[in-house]
Design a protein around this ligand. Structure first.
Ligand code: NAD
Length: 376
């Protein structure tokens, strides 16, 4: 019998992220010395069949087609929201009203006002929140942040970021929740939120943006294989110039029709004494250049993730053997549980989700007005 306090989890949504979160909890319990004993209590989805199927696959005790049942379940301490963006706010506010901690996928909600309401409710209730900006939980991104903060690559002058995938590149991909303008936008909100989070994390707050949004595929089938078409109103590609509060400048691109790109969450950060280059497609490597190196051998060196880059060692004792996407979710879960144990906020809490949303909103506004927009 564990002497640790039990913490119950209620998961809403069992799609791509529902599975990743369930694996995150399961892996975290195996590799970290968590402050709680985890209890995967109940899982909710739209139908009893899908919820029950997920219960069996993912190791939960109960299943329901009514997510509200999780709110009143006395065994549940954490509500984990992995549903489409438009549903996050209602579910999170209900969870907070019932005193539950909330783990929610990104983008936090479709508008800045929605996010502000969620932050206010969570902070008033004193519950701990976490948003799924998982790419920041990479041991090598922790290293990159350490290198930047130590001054090792000098004053940061600029950052170029991109988040590109190709899951919408085929014009026959049908209409779905990601194309609903009420969800808060297209490629920028969906995947661009990740690169904005990385830019804020590594170089700091963004002061202003000048952006362009592009709808490259103007209509899509209403459903898979349908001949009836529906107009697309959200961006396939968004590009922006950014100015950071620190004085550094940069740019980012969000692109979900980047044929051949599967997970290009990439950035290059240039400092006065060196630079850092990263691509999520090779998430166990980071490249570092230092102007102080011997001139004859100076160049980018590749650093492979290993036990000297915590918490890699919790997963594997040997360097270079590599961790994966679901492991980043386990690190995110560990950070969340540590925060609950200590009554603190993780770095990617609802307030950070709100700050990212302010950049998203300013970017869309700039694309409409063709002018630089300050992040308020
Ligand atoms: N952090 C990441 O890397 C990452 C990656 C992909 C998606 N996401 C985010 O995760 C969220 C979900 O995306 P996804 O790709 O998993 O979508 P998905 O369509 O695969 O899954 C959504 C799930 O929510 C369920 N659902 C919908 N309405 C519901 C309701 N009323 N009650 C209960 N369940 C309901 C659906 O049935 C489905 O199981 C989105 O906010 C998305 O932006 C994050």
């Amino acid at each position: 019998m564990s002497s640790k306090k039990k913490l119950g989890v209620g998961l809403i949504g069992t799609g791509f992220m529902g599975k990743a979160h369930a694996l995150g909890f399961t892996i975290a319990a195996r590799v970290f010395d968590l402050p709680f004993e985890l209890d995967l209590v109940s899982v909710a989805d739209v139908t009893t069949e899908s919820a029950e199927n997920a219960r069996q696959r993912l190791g939960f005790r109960k299943a329901t087609s009514d997510w509200r049942e999780l709110l009143t379940d006395p065994d549940i301490d954490i509500i984990d929201i992995t549903t489409p963006n438009l549903l996050h706010k209602e579910m999170a506010l209900a969870a907070i009203a019932h005193g539950k901690h909330v783990y929610c996928e990104k983008p936090l909600a479709p508008t800045v006002a929605d996010c502000a309401e969620m932050v206010a409710a969570a902070e008033k209730a004193g519950v701990v929140t976490q948003v799924g900006f998982n790419y920041l939980k990479n041991p090598l991104i922790f290293l990159a942040k350490d290198i930047i903060e130590s001054g090792e690559i000098g004053e940061i002058r600029s950052m170029r970021g991109v988040h590109a995938e190709d899951f919408m590149a085929d014009a026959s991909v049908p209409w779905g929740w990601r194309l609903n303008p009420a969800s808060g936008g297209g490629a920028l909100a969906d995947i661009g939120s990740h690169i904005i989070a990385s830019m804020r994390h590594l170089v700091g707050p963004i002061r202003s943006v000048l952006a362009e949004t592009i709808i490259q595929i103007p209509e899509r089938p209403v459903s898979a294989g349908a001949t009836e078409m529906r107009a697309v109103e959200v961006d396939d590609i968004t590009r922006a110039f950014v100015r950071f509060e620190s004085g550094a400048t940069g740019s980012f691109e969000a692109n979900w029709i980047a044929t051949g790109r599967k997970m290009q969450h990439d950035f290059e950060i240039y400092g006065s004494k060196g630079s850092i280059v990263f691509t999520q497609e090779r998430l166990n490597e980071i490249r570092l250049y230092k102007t102080g190196d011997d001139i004859r051998t100076r160049g980018f060196r590749t650093i492979w993730a290993g036990p000297e880059h915590p918490p890699y060692g919790a997963f594997c004792v040997a360097p270079g053997h590599q961790i994966g996407f679901n492991d980043l979710k386990a690190i995110e879960v560990n950070e969340f549980l540590e925060a609950i144990a200590k009554g603190k906020s993780p770095s990617t809490d609802f307030r950070e989700g709100y700050e990212v949303q302010k950049v998203l909103s300013a970017t869309y506004q700039s694309a409409k007005t063709n002018e630089w927009v300050q992040i308020g």
